[in-house]
Design a binder for this molecule. Sequence first.
Ligand SMILES: Nc1ncnc2c1ncn2[C@@H]1O[C@H](COP(=O)(O)OP(=O)(O)OP(=O)(O)O)[C@@H](O)[C@H]1O
Ligand SMILES: Cc1ncc(CO)c(N)n1
Length: 275
Amino acid sequence: MDRPVALTIAGSDPSGGAGIQADLKTFHQLGAYGTAVITALTAQNTQGVTGVHVVPAAFVAEQLETLLADVGIDAVKLGMLATAEIAETVGRFLAAEPLASAYSVLDPVMVATSGDRLVDEDATDAIRELLPLASVITPNVPEAAVLLGVEPAVDVPGLRVQAERLRSELGAQRVLLKGGHLGGEQAVDVWADEDGVREFTDERVDTKNTHGTGCTLSSALAALRPQLSDWPGTARITKFWLTSALTNGDRLEIGHGHGPVDHFTELNDTRGTQP
Ligand SMILES: Nc1ncnc2c1ncn2[C@@H]1O[C@H](COP(=O)(O)OP(=O)(O)OP(=O)(O)O)[C@@H](O)[C@H]1O
Ligand SMILES: Cc1ncc(CO)c(N)n1
C-alpha cells in the first residue's frame, strides 16, 4: 500500500500548527491522502486560544456517515473531542466497521500548549471509555495523570509505570506516553504494549516552537503505520521525524508565541536521528 487514506477527527487551529491543519499537512508530507471530520472551531494563534465553537455531535456523526459511506479509510487519528457527547459519538464509530478495522491513534487532547482548555472537563470519562478502542493512545504527562487519577509523572521511571497502568488498568492496547513536559537534556517517550515497556529517546531541541507537536506526532503515526510493518517501528521513525521537524521549526517565523514545527520535513532528514 503506497498511498493510504488517513482520516483526522479533530478541531480546527486557524494558526495552522495544531489540530486539523497540522494533521492534513502531516498526512500529505508523509505520503497519506488526508481526509478530515471537524469537531470544533477554535479561535487560536501561537499565543493562546480565545474561543471554542463546538460542532453539534449529531453533525459530527453526519460528517462521518457521509464520508464512510463513500471513502475507505486505512488509518484514523482522533484529536480534540470537545464534549462528552462528541467523544461518545466518535466512540460508536470507532467500535464499528469500517473504522474498527482501520489503524487508529487516539490523542486524548485536553489542554493546549498555551494552557488553555480545549475539551470540557466532564468529557474525561467519555475519553477514558475510548482508550481500549484505539490501536494506540498518545497522552502527554498531564493527560496521563488525569486519565489515571494520579499526580503527573516527574521522571522517566514514573512515565514507565503510568504507561503500563494505562494499558493494564484502563485497557489501552498500546501506549505512547510523551515525555515532552518533563524537561531535561533528552526528550524521552515511553512505549508500552503486550511485549513490555521501552523508551524512545532523542535529543531535546532548544526551541520555543512546540505548538502542535502532539497533534503532529499522532497524525504522523496514523500516516506511517499502513506503510510500515509494525507499531513500535512506526513509533520510532515517527519520533525521529518529529525531532527533525522541531529542529527545522526555526526555518519558519510564524506568530509571536509558541510557533509550529516545520511539517515540510523529509522523512529521511537525519537531524532527528540519534547516532
Ligand atoms: N523540545 C523538544 N525537543 C525534542 N522533542 C520534543 C520537544 N518537545 C516535545 N518533544 C517531543 O514531541 C512529542 C510531543 O510531546 P509533548 O509531551 O510536548 O506533547 P503534547 O503536550 O501533547 O504537545 P502539544 O504541544 O501539541 O500539546 C513527544 O514525542 C516529545 O518527546
Ligand atoms: C484544535 C487543536 N487541537 C489540539 C491542540 C493541542 O495542541 C490545539 N492546540 N488545537
